[in-house]
Design a protein around this ligand. Structure first.
Ligand code: SF4
Length: 452
């Protein structure tokens, strides 16, 4: 890879050519986008946010929803004009979409403005594809499954104080609605010492939030037969000196062990919040989703957490309108929301994803009913969040400020240890700092307070 990068640098010069990299989808993909930027930076490119000025455009795509794919095809289509204006422009497509052979073929056939496609597990081939392109080759593609990007790959991080650190790649779970295992392959864990050394460096360089990423972080280390490797990793990271917070996602409920929960409570730097994707409150639907836990098992995990701290913050993902979700199934979801009292939910109406098992299921539930259920769910959760957030009034919360408030002038916004949005009066000099805030008011999406 190094050889190709050096050769590209000789062609493009030092910082004169501009790259535009746009990543779609989940945080793992955004992290891949940061590695792509690292590679381009080493190859001599600078960056622009304006695709009209770019000499190279990389669209780092997501395949989770079919309409996201349609959107990318729309963007690629509109880039034909850019290529006509600037024929030397290079357009590359990477990410989960291109890891599917039929998509790579479609791009080659129907989008001649695209110069190369590269799959998620073949990112290390990008320098070679780019070099071939600079040397006049018409179209290049590599969607094979190799090892993941090398440990030495540099990243150009989007933030100077929040860093994502992938700890594993791929997924073995094959939930019936999900395309990820088909496009990101089987689980591969990074070596613990490499992760620890990366986090040490980040903390040394002033990063305040470390987000550990994986499709299911709880199965970290399983591929090498290690038991409880994730709690062990958390404990080791917690021992790193410095003022920072550790978060992680996603955590599959079937693998959320007592050891993991105990570790969250024992480690002072690990955030006191757990995102535990429920998806449905009906065990029957969960079975058809191949989630491999029941609603009862999920509640046992919640009860264990709440036996340690009755106020512990939980958030979740929910899919509304999975094929043939009945009124009773939907009611079971509402019941569990009422019982658990999540601080926040991230909900989606089920959308069929070709290539998955669920896409072959017949579905008798109308779009209208699914829409009605979604509205009901959101209304239901708004009331719960509103009631829940009142528990923070009078408390002191430690907040990592991440931006100025979009809603109120003169206010800044950040996330508390419990992953609650906190707003308070302040200016942008506070961005990237931990601030103690006394909470004085609550809404259904955030709390607000005053800096102590
Ligand atoms: S755990 Fe399920 S939903 Fe998550 S990435 Fe794997 S297959 Fe997809």
């Amino acid at each position: 890879m190094e050889r190709y990068i050096n050769e590209i640098r000789q062609i493009v010069g030092d910082g004169e050519k501009l790259a535009y990299v746009r990543s779609f989808g989940c945080q793992l993909n955004i992290s891949d986008g940061e590695k792509i930027k690292g590679m381009l930076k080493n190859a001599g490119y600078s960056f622009t946010d304006d695709e009209n000025k770019a000499d190279i455009i990389i669209l780092n795509t997501c395949a989770v929803r079919e309409n996201a794919e349609d959107r990318v095809f729309g963007i690629v289509g509109s880039m034909k004009k850019l290529k006509e204006i600037k024929p030397s422009l290079i357009i590359g497509i990477s990410g989960c979409m291109t890891a599917q052979e039929h998509i790579a073929e479609k791009i080659k056939k129907s989008y001649p403005q695209v110069d190369f496609v590269v799959g998620t597990s073949a990112l290390s081939s990008m320098p070679k594809l780019l070099l071939d392109c600079l040397n006049g080759q018409k179209f290049g593609a590599d969607i094979a499954e190799y090892e993941d990007f090398s440990e030495e790959a540099e990243q150009v991080r989007e933030s100077g104080f929040k860093a994502s650190v992938p700890i594993m790649f791929g997924c073995n779970n094959f939930c019936t609605y999900c395309i990820v295992p088909y496009v990101r392959g089987r689980e591969r864990s990074r070596r613990q010492e490499d992760i620890v050394s990366e986090v040490k460096n980040l903390v040394h360089n002033g990063y305040k939030e470390i987000m550990l990423l994986g499709q299911n972080v709880n199965s970290y280390g399983n591929d090498s037969g290690r038991k409880n490797a994730f709690p062990e990793l958390l404990r080791e990271l917690n021992n790193i000196e410095g003022d920072f917070i550790i978060r992680f996602m996603s955590s599959h409920p079937k693998d959320a062990s007592k050891e993991l929960i105990d570790t969250i409570f024992e480690c002072d730097k690990v955030a006191k919040h757990l995102h535990l994707p429920l998806q449905s409150g009906s065990s029957d639907v969960l079975n058809r989703m191949n989630r491999r836990y029941t609603a009862e098992k999920y509640l046992e995990t919640v009860d264990y957490i709440r036996s340690k701290d009755s106020q512990f913050s939980l958030t979740t993902d929910l899919i509304v309108g999975f094929p043939n979700e009945s009124d009773e199934d939907f009611q079971a979801t509402l019941d569990i929301i009422k019982r658990v009292k999540f601080d926040n939910i991230y909900s989606f109406i089920y959308s069929k994803r070709s290539g998955t098992k669920a896409a072959e299921m017949t579905d008798f539930t109308s779009d209208e009913v699914k829409g009605q259920r979604m509205r009901k769910l959101l209304e239901f959760q708004r009331e719960i969040s509103s009631e829940n957030y009142r528990r923070f009034i009078g408390r002191k919360m430690r907040v990592l400020v991440d931006d100025v408030s979009k809603k109120r002038d003169g206010f800044v916004s950040g996330k508390s240890n419990e992953f609650i949005i906190v707003e308070f009066e302040g200016d942008k000099s506070l961005i990237g700092q931990f601030v103690d805030v006394e909470i004085i008011d609550s809404m259904n999406w955030a709390v607000s307070g005053r800096m102590i």
